[in-house]
Design a protein around this ligand. Structure first.
Ligand code: SF4
Length: 311
């Protein structure tokens, strides 16, 4: 599942939020430069549209998350603020334009995501693949992560994306199994997401895989632990855990605010299961600077092992 708007608007439900969810104000020269270029290049970034609390940290550190294939989703998850309806046709030039823009921005790490495009025969997989290839050609030193939809579990679509060899492929499971039917669109399922992640990991490209879980939706700690185990048994390498925040009064309520100490305990629990990296905290989102920094380090190790320059 692509979750361009699973990053909640932290200002939308400002009452009753604990101090640890207070958002830092964007600032800094690198941040201002990316902000200016993003506007000039007319890029749709999740960072801005979802008013992500980490935008200053990410843009200031050379990371951004962009959306392909428009801003209208064919699904309607109950936590997500994205528009729902019949999306417009694809812009065939979009992947090349994105690659040129990322080159100009000089980003070290790019996350490419999209809404769900169940209207497309391949769910938009070839559009993703085109973007991955263009990004790798134009910015060979940039680490490319794609955060993809489930493509309804269609293997051929997953293969199209995997064969373009993104450095990291992410698909978000979002929540525990029991809550999935009330949190995600009915066409998404917990088991299907696990199958997608397992299938990507089992492919010959040997891609790094990543998934994300929102907490505070009413899950129990035992259920979370089961989800961590399920993700590990699907071969997921990197996990991110963050607090769900209600984007508007029409979306699912926050059941509880998980404390930073609990996030730290979840991280320890998950790490004992063998993830390569777990980012866990109230403001952690599926695209998160610390996790991306870790992934970039892995890519550099891989390039060094192959005798390639990482300068
Ligand atoms: S699939 Fe669900 S989470 Fe992803 S963009 Fe559509 S509505 Fe949002």
């Amino acid at each position: 599942m692509a979750t361009p708007n699973r990053l909640p608007n932290p200002t939308a439900t400002s009452t009753g939020k604990p101090d640890w969810l207070k958002v830092r104000l964007p600032r800094g020269e690198a941040y201002e430069r990316v902000k200016h270029l993003v506007k000039e290049l007319k890029l749709a970034t999740v960072c801005e549209e979802a008013r992500c609390p980490n935008v200053a940290e990410c843009w200031g550190g050379g990371t951004a998350t962009v959306m392909l294939m428009g801003e209208v989703c064919t699904r309607a998850c109950r936590f997500c603020h994205v528009k729902v309806g019949a999306p417009p046709p694809l812009d065939p030039q979009e992947p090349e334009n994105l690659a040129k823009a990322v080159k100009e921005l000089g980003l070290e790490y790019i996350v490419v995501t999209s809404v769900n495009r169940d209207d497309r025969p391949d769910g938009g997989a070839s559009h993703f693949a085109h973007a991955i290839r263009a990004l790798k050609r134009e910015s060979p030193k940039t680490t490319v992560e794609v955060l993809i939809p489930d493509f309804q579990g269609v293997e051929a679509s997953l293969a199209i994306v995997a064969e373009a060899r993104p450095h990291v492929v992410a698909h978000n499971i979002e929540t525990v199994e029991r809550l999935t039917p009330s949190v995600r669109d009915r066409r998404a399922s917990y088991r299907q997401s696990l199958d997608v992640l397992r299938s990507l990991k089992d492919r010959p490209e040997r891609l790094y895989t990543k998934s994300s879980v929102m907490v505070g939706l009413g899950e129990t700690e035992d259920e979370l632990l089961e989800t961590f185990k399920d993700l590990r048994s699907a071969g997921v390498d990197v996990l991110t855990l963050g607090q769900y925040l209600q984007p508007s009064q029409y979306h699912l309520r926050v059941e509880r605010f998980v404390t930073p100490a609990e996030f730290a305990r979840y991280q320890q629990l998950a790490m004992t299961l063998g993830f390569l990296y777990v980012a866990s905290g109230p403001l952690v989102r599926s695209s998160y600077r610390a996790a991306e920094f870790f992934m970039k380090g892995l890519m550099e190790q891989d390039r060094t092992a192959r005798g390639e320059s990482v300068a």
